[in-house]
Design a protein around this ligand. Structure first.
Ligand code: ARG
Ligand code: ZN
Length: 895
């Protein structure tokens, strides 16, 4: 059934208190719930029956105010328990049995390795007990856990510990009490033989909070970075948002079987272990950065999500968009702000823009869904974060802080809407965000078409900006949006010009450093801005810092782009100019196979390499991490998004050709940069995790990638040396990738040998093994699909582990467009088979894997037909999950 936002009604009943008792066991767990219910004074009276959500529960016992109910007074079906004619205020006691070890969907209470854990967001709590499983019902929880201490010595739930007991039968009992009312999706239980890493944090007001990270035994030596990140996040939330931690204890548990990244359960965050565990030799710099970001994200949810939660799931971006914005800003403050912005925009463009342009397009605040799990999307998360970022930009830091203070004060303890958030920004900012609110309601990526005119006689420069948003499924007509558009103008030397708009007096011209970027506000379909006092035609730097999530069109010449790439004071736009330049060239090369790479392009790269700093402390403006970003060519997926009909092979060939050309023509310059940043002694001695050191590794490995595209025996030896001697995973994996991609006539079996060595070394480290699977799945070699099929039979492969499934099947389908989209359709058939195999086990994972096929209309007729056939084939299967059904039917336009 379709759930619609407009159908929202407040709950008829509220649950003030929930007392839960678990007798935990992997095979069968007993859950006893005693709920204090009362009629919701804010809701109209219904039929007088109480409807509780419940799935896959065996009801053993049911009493109301101490009276066991006869069958005539209640009814149970697949989704609910309905108790007839209940009083206005009463206590309901249920006893149910559930089966964690049979729970392959990993929603509700399930088994991961030797432990028991839960995942309740969005609607998993109903697989634990009968409840009003909706976020606007907030209850106080008291939890009692009973288990065999030999198997489950550690027993955890939300809130503060409230004592333990040894029972006469040898079992152990632990009590937990969470003083903060919360929705059921934030409930959590963990039981297992877990190793503990402990630290503490003293809050701004002087409370000492123990911080505990629980991991599977053997992983205690991989928690330092997560702990450091947690403490930094706690401090940052105090200083930047005035938010202090509230419970007596904060816990993180890392589990190896998890459907998504992590979960912000009150006081007891549960993580996919890939976002906790890291040691320099097992995790890459990118892994370290993700851990920092995800640990912070989940911690920040304590205020943006838990203390203030969502009224209904259409408001998901209220907590996710805001919390992503917060974690992005936190990470920016920990390392290089410019590089962080580039990474975030790259993700937005490569994942969210295509989503907005495809059959799954939906507003940041969706209007309907079949399965809420399908709406944990790049749109709700990443575009949602951009909407908060735009509001922060429109208000400026002081007023934005006033706005968030007001939000926390006004809505603490409540379940609210994205509109409530905007209203706070509006009030604190003293501005009208009526038009801005359309961003939440309207799907699709706006396109800005810019034109300009310089009037030499008047010394004026006029920018004309047209906006339009393309139609999306179910939303044919779009209205103009309120768009913050940051602009700078450069003179012929590449310096920022002071900006003054026509009509502004010279006296009001600001003089501080910020003058050179102006935040223009677009509202009408066409807007014109005239700048005065310009002695010569300037080069415009548009949408600085990516001030709005839009597609920008402006007829830059290649010379303009090269100029901006070299001079723009806005680091983001320097990078973006380089990307646009490369993208243009690559798209031309796709059209015209014989096109040779223009000298000017090679020279622009050579120039960038020449400016490469000698070391991180060298006082040049080129930060190695930023330079690595500038030198990275747009991905195949991003290029595909720019084409009307995706030419899979052409894109791959163009990218390879361009990289090989640069690798050959710039060989000496590349080698020079490589050697300057290769310091085996220092690397081995004290491996350095600082952003500066990571940036140098990024640059060196980017350079190695180019060299590997034009290989000879010397380059093979270089990659081999790095693979053999590096003491950190970043360098090992980069070298392994290069070795694997080099042609056999140059590298011989060096790649295969390295792969085998890597396996021998890491066969017992599951997260490292995932990298081993993924590397092979992403290989451009022609036999990759055969290899992936072979790896499905590997003793270490299992469909039951989402990380492993993503590492092999996900990496192939989403990370290897060349081989996945093979012309014969074999990749599509393979993926459809896997989805049908996975759907009965784990619908969420099955639905996620479908994504690369949802964009089938963007390909040539042959591939379209092949993908469509597989989608139809899936849709014909009886008993599909709502997750897979919704994605397939929407993709086929059958919704
Ligand atoms: N709230 C979690 C986060 O921090 C993600 C939960 C995802 N849930 C789901 N059913 N996909 O972002
Ligand atoms: Zn989140």
């Amino acid at each position: 059934p379709v759930i619609r936002r407009e159908d929202y009604r407040p709950a008829e009943f509220l649950i003030d208190q929930a007392d839960l008792r678990f007798e935990l066991d992997a095979g069968q767990t007993l859950v006893e719930a005693e709920l204090s219910l009362r009629r919701n004074p804010a809701a109209p009276r219904g039929d007088g029956d109480l409807h509780l959500d419940g799935e896959q529960l065996e009801l053993l016992d049911l009493t109301l105010d101490g009276r066991r109910l006869p069958p005539a007074e209640y009814r149970v079906d697949e989704h609910a328990l309905v108790v007839r004619r209940v009083p206005d205020r009463f206590r309901l006691r249920t006893r149910v049995q559930i089966h964690p070890s049979a729970n392959t969907a990993l929603e509700g209470l399930y088994v991961s390795g030797d432990m028991l854990c839960t995942q309740c967001e969005a609607e998993g709590f109903r697989r634990i007990t009968y409840f009003l499983d909706r976020p606007d019902v907030m209850s106080r929880y008291r939890v009692t856990l009973v288990a065999d201490p030999a198997r489950y010595p550690v027993l955890l739930s939300n809130g503060n510990p409230a004592g333990t007991e040894e029972l006469a039968d040898g079992r152990r009992l632990a009590r937990w009490d969470d003083p903060f009312p919360k929705p059921s999706y934030l409930f959590a239980v963990v039981a297992g033989d877990l190793a503990l890493v402990e630290d503490r944090f003293v809050t701004a007001s002087g409370r000492e909070i123990p911080l505990r990270i629980f991991v599977e035994p053997g992983n205690r030596d991989k928690c330092d970075h997560a702990m450091r990140s947690l403490k930094a996040a706690m401090r940052w939330d105090e200083t930047r948002y005035g938010r202090e931690y509230d419970l007596d204890l904060f816990m993180i548990v890392a589990v190896s079987h998890f459907n998504m990244g992590a979960m912000e359960n009150k006081g007891l965050n549960v993580f996919n272990d890939k976002f906790v565990l890291a040691r320099p030799d097992t995790a890459t710099d990118a892994d370290f950065a993700h851990i920092e970001g995800v640990v912070a994200h989940e911690y920040f949810h304590n205020w943006t999500g838990n203390r203030i939660t969502c009224r209904d799931w259409f408001q998901l971006s209220l907590k996710e968009g805001f919390t992503v914005y917060r974690d992005q800003e936190f990470s920016a403050d920990q390392g290089s702000r410019g590089v962080k912005r580039i990474e975030d925009v790259r993700l937005l463009r490569s994942r969210q823009f295509p989503e907005d342009a495809g059959p799954m397009a939906h507003p940041v605040r969706p209007d309907s869904y079949i399965e809420i799990n399908n709406f944990y999307t790049a749109t709700v998360y990443e575009k949602g974060a951009e909407l908060v970022r735009m509001q922060a930009g429109l208000l400026g830091p002081e007023r934005f802080r006033k706005g968030t203070d007001l939000y926390f004060e006004r809505f603490d303890g409540q379940a609210v809407t994205t509109d409530d958030f905007v209203a706070c920004m509006e009030q604190a900012g003293g501005l009208d965000l009526t038009q801005f609110r359309r961003w939440y309601a309207q799907a699709g990526t706006p396109v800005l078409e810019c034109a300009d005119h310089y009037d030499a006689d008047a010394g004026t420069y006029t920018l004309e900006i047209r906006q339009h948003t393309p139609a999306t499924p179910g939303q044919a007509d779009k209205q103009p949006l309120h768009i913050p558009f940051a602009v700078g103008l450069l003179d012929a030397q590449g310096r920022d010009l002071p900006l003054r708009l026509a009509g502004e007096s010279a006296a009001s011209e600001p003089t501080a450093a910020g003058v050179c970027t102006r935040m223009l506000e677009l509202r009408a379909p066409v807007e014109r801005f005239t700048f005065v006092g310009l002695a010569a035609r300037p080069v415009p730097s548009l949408l600085r810092g990516f001030s709005a999530p839009v597609r920008l069109r402006y007829p830059y010449s290649d010379a303009d782009l090269t100029f901006l790439m070299a001079h723009d004071s806005d680091g983001f736009n320097r990078w973006d100019a380089a990307q646009t330049l490369a993208q243009r060239l690559l798209l031309r090369m796709v059209e015209e196979e014989a096109l040779s790479v223009p000298d000017s392009f090679v020279e622009a790269f050579r120039q960038a390499l020449k400016e490469a700093p000698v070391d991180a402390s060298a006082d040049t403006q080129a930060d190695p991490a930023l330079l690595a970003e500038v030198l990275t060519l747009p991905s195949e997926g991003y290029l595909a998004d720019q084409m009307d009909c995706v030419d899979v092979d052409g894109i791959h060939r163009a990218r390879e050709t361009l990289a090989a050309t640069l690798g050959a023509l710039l060989r000496e310059d590349l080698l020079a940069v490589y050697e300057r940043h290769w310091q085996p002694g220092a690397e081995a001695g004290d491996y350095d995790l600082s952003p500066a050191a990571a940036g140098r590794r990024a640059l060196r490995n980017c350079v190695l990638g180019y060299l590997g595209q034009a290989p000879d025996a010397g380059i093979v030896a270089l990659a081999q040396r790095q693979f053999d001697t590096a003491n950190n995973m970043t360098d090992v994996i980069a070298a392994l990738r290069v070795l694997l991609e080099m042609p056999v006539d140059v590298a011989g079996d060096a790649g295969e040998r390295a792969l085998a060595a890597f396996y021998r070394r890491w066969s017992q480290e599951q997260l490292v093994l995932d990298k081993w699977f993924a590397l092979q799945a992403q290989s451009s070699r022609p036999d990759t699909l055969a290899r992936v099929k072979g790896l499905m039979k590997h003793p270490q492969f299992s469909l039951a582990n989402p990380n492993r499934v993503r590492a092999l099947i996900g990496a192939f389908a989403s990370g290897n467009p060349l081989r996945f989209h093979a012309e014969d359709g074999a990749g599509y058939g393979f993926l459809a088979d896997r989805i049908l195999e996975l759907d009965p086990l784990n619908p969420q994972i099955a639905a996620r894997l479908l994504h690369p096929m949802t964009r089938w209309r963007r390909y040539d007729p042959g591939r379209q037909a092949l993908m469509q056939r597989q989608l139809e084939r899936i849709l014909e299967v009886d008993g599909l999950s709502s997750d897979v059904y919704e994605v397939v039917s929407r993709s086929l336009g059958k919704d």
